[in-house]
Ligand binder design. Structure first.
Ligand code: PMP
Ligand code: GLU
Length: 394
């Protein structure tokens, strides 16, 4: 009998984590790799959050929490949703999980049946397609380009809808393109969705605070969407807490209850110390972490300046998150340092081997013309990486 399940054999490895592992491995061999592959803030978790965690340990928080999260954490999340997103949720609509990634897993697990179609505007975050497929869903990719700042138009959305469409999943600010949907752009999508009341939306807002533009709009703010939107968020990015593993949803009660049921059979709930610390994070004004956002904006401007100076990289100006997603088709078909570049994966590997800079191929995000570069790195690293890339390709 076959050892491993078809389910796992058919699943792709997370390209972001695989690239980070490869960079780590090469570093272990003594190579001076600059890692711009992983989307992870390079800041320390703020002291006020660390202190809350230490306090929780000393207060003997060591038992299982309620499966869907401590009541006072859910209250803090409700406060956050009201304060930042103008969204009103009750405790039975909120579920705390082991990272926003598990929140997405839960939602897929409780909503997707075999053959259900899930619309994914491309580029999409690396794990969406595989999470959807794991639960029997069929990802329906909607291609976008720099011409629309990598955003799906209302016409494209309408064309992708079929009688089998169950949901649409998207992130704004977007990982990997950094694009942010304006209120008007969301309204255009909502006008289409208004005609199809059975379609649900997963709105992944984990980069909400890492926004350099007009500000953030949650799609659930539109009255006609509130009852069919799962708003996903977490603390990994804005609070530099990736390893603490806390994410959460605000959702229609039926969906939240189902996620609670699934999680009860999977993890029994998120880590209790991390949950206690996140209460402090959610109750604080986002102003408290603005110093990180300001720094990311300065780095975005720096990396765009340097990239635009290298022939062959075409960039949009990302309004949020901490990624640039240049189109690198200029290099396809060329031979660089004896290596034939056929696609974005070849190019990303070339940059790793010849420039010692780790990036991620756009193929992992449903766009084979681009690569993703994370600028959650120091100015020195960004400057040195762009210098190496420029040398390698010229
Ligand atoms: N959604 C997006 C768009 C992300 O970039 C990430 C990155 N990790 C996640 C979800 C998952 O976040 P978490 O660390 O909370 O699991
Ligand atoms: N979200 C980050 C990224 O896209 C972390 C890696 C991951 O969770 O896959 O790089």
């Amino acid at each position: 009998m076959q050892l491993l399940s078809d389910r796992i054999l058919n699943m792709a490895t997370s390209a972001t984590l695989a690239m980070a592992a490869k960079a780590r491995e090469l570093r272990g061999e003594g190579k001076d790799i600059i890692g711009l592959s992983l989307g992870e803030p390079d800041f320390n978790t703020p002291d006020f959050i660390k202190e809350a965690a230490i306090q929780a340990i000393n207060d003997n928080y060591n038992s299982y929490s309620p499966v869907d999260g401590y009541a006072d954490l859910k209250d803090a999340i409700i406060t956050k949703f009201k304060r930042d997103n103008n969204l009103t949720y009750t405790p039975s609509q909120v579920v705390v999980s082991t990272g926003a990634k598990q929140s997405l897993f839960n939602v897929a697990g409780v909503m997707i049946n075999d053959g259900d179609e899930v619309i994914l505007p491309c580029p999409y975050w690396v794990s969406y397609a595989d999470i959807v497929k794991l639960f029997g869903g069929v990802p329906v990719e909607v291609k976008t380009t720099i011409a629309t700042d990598f955003k799906m138009t209302a016409e494209q959305l309408e064309a992708a809808i079929t009688p089998k469409t169950k949901m649409m999943w998207f992130s704004s600010p977007c990982n990997p393109s950094g694009s942010v949907y304006s209120k008007d752009e969301l309204k255009a999508l909502v006008d289409v969705l208004a005609k199809y009341p059975d379609i649900y939306v997963v709105s992944d807002e984990i980069y909400e605070h890492i926004n350099y533009g007009e500000g953030h709009t949650s799609i659930a703010e539109f009255e006609e969407m509130y009852d069919r939107t799962i708003t996903v968020n977490g603390v990994s990015k804005a609070f530099a807490m990736t390893g603490w593993r806390i994410g959460y949803i605000g959702a229609p009660e039926k969906i939240a209850r189902a996620c609670n049921k699934l999680q009860g059979q999977a993890t029994s709930g998120a880590n209790c110390i991390a949950q206690r610390a996140v209460i402090t994070a959610c109750n604080e004004s986002p102003e408290k972490v603005k110093y990180m956002i300001d720094e990311f904006k300065q780095r975005r401007d720096l990396i765009l300046d340097l990239l635009n100076d290298i022939e062959g990289f075409k960039c949009n100006v990302p309004d949020g998150a901490f990624y640039v997603f240049p189109n690198v088709t200029h290099f396809f078909g060329k031979t660089l340092k004896g290596k034939k570049i056929n696609n974005a994966s070849d190019f990303s590997l070339f940059l790793l081997e010849e420039a010692l800079v780790a990036t991620v191929t756009g193929e992992a995000f449903g766009n084979p013309d681009c690569i993703r570069i994370s600028y959650a790195a120091s100015n020195e690293q960004i400057i040195e990486a762009m210098k190496r890339i420029k040398e390698a390709v010229s």
